[in-house]
Design a protein around this ligand. Sequence first.
Ligand SMILES: [Zn+2]
Ligand SMILES: [Zn+2]
Length: 238
Amino acid sequence: MDINRVLKTVADVVYPRICPVCNGIVSRFGADICPECVRKLTPVEAPSCGKCGKPVDAGGLCEDCGRIAHVYDRGCAALVYDEYISKSIYRFKYNGKREFSAFYGRIMAERCGDAIRSWKPDAIVPVPVHKSKLQKRGYNQAELIARELSGRLKIPVDTALVERRAATKVQKELGAGARQKNLKGAFKVTQNAVKLKTVLIVDDIYTTGATVDAVAGCLKGAGVGRVYYASLCIGRGN
Ligand SMILES: [Zn+2]
Ligand SMILES: [Zn+2]
């Protein structure tokens, strides 16, 4: 047993894991979620949109992707966005439940690992938050998920490459067109990125894709060839 595993085991005894769904103590030793709670979540299953990965009724593209030409190349999400995962993410973001990233990263590696490996990204870039938000919250939720995913897939995380500039309005309160406008100029690539052929953007929730497209646009403008995304959850398509 290596020292990290020993320390992890000790930590599990001293600080029992909190379940990302029911918010109670996970009774099974070493687990990151209750066995009955994981069954409440809905994994994204085929058929899914060939562009954004949203679950759809038939194959091909979802309605959104049929209408919008995305900047990113392709994407994958692990779970369908529903009340369980939405509450979980809320606690993760606003109630300091950083530890939920262990489950989030694991489920993303399980559900999206094959797709991500086939894309062969040189780096994982979590969607950055603005400095003021980082100060207030203490962490970037996308970065915590990206680090878990990075450890499992052995792809390095780069948090310095893209910076969030303006403190944008909360996206969820805006319509699709307004979202895009709101994000114009929101991200900036801080260094030459030509050496990176392929980048994977990681976020917690994929809604319209406006955020992923804004980051992907910056990266491609800085010389990155292909940009993919992976998110913990996504809405249903039609
Ligand atoms: Zn639970
Ligand atoms: Zn789609």
